[in-house]
Ligand binder design. Structure first.
Ligand code: HEC
Length: 214
């Protein structure tokens, strides 16, 4: 470091602290003397004072903003954020119509999707009412060809999304299970057709065949 730079830094430090050079300390020595421990009457360092004034200014700023404008009103801020979020969701739906339009969905056949559907069937608590093997208990048997709400991919997907008849216990899952996952679930349920569960529940609904009614 050159001599010049050094003096720049020490000048800056002097400016920020206004510390008395050691050789002049006598000037600010107070008469406090505790067992030989003495006290200097230093001025408050300007860097510290500046921070202090800034916090006061920030405090006043927030006080005004919070109590005299609605700029930092929590409720207004929350509503603004929700509105922004909703707008972003709408925009996303507009940009990705295929994710929200169920009309063109079809059964998945990839074993990975079927396996995922099977896992979801357990993890999303479907098994609680339909049993692990789809034999049915509170909910209907999903392995036979009888369907309360229609068989085939589209009806099954629709039942999972929108739920069963009111009061029956089959809720609408579309707000808690993603479209892709509902598609995997419906595809998995289709694979249960014709399997033999341990305790099959008696058929409910009507025989449903692809292509005949909905
Ligand atoms: C609380 C119990 C319960 C849970 C949990 C449940 N279901 Fe159901 N499910 C039912 C009942 C009851 C019905 C019959 C609804 C009706 O009669 O309208 C049903 C009907 C169905 C049907 C149509 C059956 C038919 O015969 O038309 C499908 C498919 C189905 N559920 C899939 C699922 C899936 C997938 C899950 C997990 C995401 C699930 N269920 C979770 C009780 C349940």
């Amino acid at each position: 470091m050159s001599k010049n730079e050094q003096s720049f830094w020490s000048k800056l430090s002097q400016k920020l602290t206004k510390a008395k050079p050691i050789e002049n300390e006598e000037d600010i020595m107070t008469d406090h003397d505790y067992d030989g421990i003495k006290e200097l009457d230093n001025v408050l360092p300007p860097w510290w004072l500046a921070g202090f004034y800034i916090t006061i200014a920030v405090g006043i700023f927030y006080y005004i903003m919070v109590f005299f404008t609605d700029k930092y009103d929590q409720k207004a801020e929350y509503e603004r954020a929700v509105a922004e979020g909703n707008a972003a969701v709408e925009q996303y739906k507009k940009d990705n119509p295929e994710l929200y339009d169920d009309a063109n969905l079809e059964a998945l056949t990839d074993p990975k999707d079927i396996q995922k559907g099977k896992e979801l069937f357990a993890s999303k608590t479907c098994t609680a009412c339909h049993l692990e093997d789809g034999g049915g208990s509170i909910g209907p048997n999903l392995t036979d060809e009888y369907w309360v709400l229609g068989g085939g991919f589209k009806n099954i997907f629709n039942t999972i999304s929108k739920g069963g008849r009111p009061g029956k216990g089959m809720i609408a899952w579309e707000s808690t299970i993603s479209q892709k996952e509902r598609q995997q679930l419906a595809s998995y349920i289709l694979t249960l057709q014709g399997t033999t569960p341990a305790n099959p529940k008696a058929p409910e609904g009507e025989i449903w065949k692809e292509g005949e009614g909905s």
